[in-house]
Design a protein around this ligand. Structure first.
Ligand code: ADP
Ligand code: F6P
Length: 319
């Protein structure tokens, strides 16, 4: 029997609960014990831990957020914080730690592995910004949320013959804008990976208007352009009234979609099965539609690639 600790860290993502459920149930099925750590690394620093049983993860597969809570924990980034965390780990005799989160959370896990703990990362973030896995848990649900929002905004834009700049999340990764841009039929997208061409965006608005288009949707990844300044310039240079919506945190919440529930269950179950055999730091990946396990250190070295193919498809189909 192994004592496994589990925490969720960084920005929450839809599907985290499905992954927690899968870790807990698979571990108990295999005869292990699971301790839930509250509020990410903060729970390790402050010793907020509770034993989990089969019913503590009942009725959560369909819920957004995370029942364990999450946090950004600056204290854990300092040696003093990590020492406190290690004391908690030793006190509760945690032998293996499962970390659900993104890039930052995985660096945190690596720092614990360097002190001798076995760790396993499961990729959970709406940003899809991890290069070593095809997709992260929560990404497709967020894309669906944005796509639905685009549909609603297009209805009102068409009614009023307006342009609309929609800011989406993603931190330094344009995948949310890219995938939602395709599924929502956006006219243009601005992402951190590609240089924005405002003249081309304006040209598309003007040409669309000339052929009778009544809406113009421009998706912008947060941090690339000020959406209000962008809308003002589009409006001034095309004479099409242009409004702004910042989608914000609605993108992070909500019930996980089917693919996120399945991916979460799959990666977490296979991760727990693998945990029995591994020592050191590992990460679960979803590659070519199946769960894979690889060294966490190697995983974090793999650069995230932006799909130029999908980006080009947006340019072609949105004329
Ligand atoms: P995400 O996991 O979604 O990328 P963050 O980057 O905010 O989210 O990281 C989550 C938490 O992981 C941080 O608040 C911090 O506690 C921990 N963390 C991030 N980077 C490191 C690091 N280099 N060393 C130790 N802990 C880290
Ligand atoms: O990493 C997920 C994410 O939602 C990013 O897209 C966004 O930049 C960030 O988290 C917001 O973080 P916070 O919850 O700390 O405001």
């Amino acid at each position: 029997m192994t004592r496994i600790g589990i925490l969720t860290s960084g920005g929450d993502s839809p599907g985290m609960n499905a992954a927690i459920r899968s870790v807990v149930r698979t571990a108990i099925y295999c005869g292990h014990e699971v301790l839930g750590i509250y509020s990410g690394y903060q729970g390790l620093v402050e010793d907020e831990i509770k034993r989990m049983d089969l019913s503590s993860v009942g009725d959560i597969i369909h819920r957004g957020g995370t029942i364990l809570g999450t946090s950004r924990c600056p204290e854990f980034e300092k040696e003093t914080g990590r020492e406190k965390a290690l004391k908690t780990i030793q006190k509760h005799k945690i032998e293996k730690l499962v970390v659900l989160g993104g890039d930052g959370s995985f660096h945190g896990a690596l720092s614990l592995a360097e002190k001798g703990l076995d760790v396993l990362g499961i990729p959970c973030t709406i940003d899809n910004d991890l290069g070593y896995t095809d997709y992260t848990i929560g990404f497709f649900t967020a894309v669906e949320t944005i796509t639905e929002a685009i549909g609603r905004i297009r209805d009102t834009s068409s009614s009023h013959e307006r342009g609309h700049v929609i800011e989406v999340m993603g931190r330094r990764c344009g995948d949310l804008a890219l995938y939602a841009g395709i599924s929502g039929g956006a006219e243009s997208i601005i992402v951190p990976e590609e240089k924005a061409n405002l003249d081309a965006i304006n040209q598309k608005v003007i040409q669309g208007k000339e052929r009778g288009k009544r809406h113009h949707i421009i998706l912008v990844t947060e941090g690339t352009w000020d959406p209000y300044r962008l809308a003002e310039r589009i409006q001034n240079e095309t004479d099409v009234e242009t409004k702004v919506t910042i989608l914000g945190y609605v993108q992070r919440g909500g019930t996980p979609n089917i693919s996120d529930r399945i991916m979460a269950t799959n990666l977490a179950a296979q991760g727990v099965l693998a945990l029995e055999k591994i020592h050191g730091a590992y990460a679960m990946a979803f590659k070519n539609n199946r769960a894979e396990i690889l060294s966490l250190r190697e995983a974090l070295k793999i650069e995230k690639k932006f799909s130029k193919t999908l980006y080009q498809e947006i340019q072609m189909v949105s004329i």
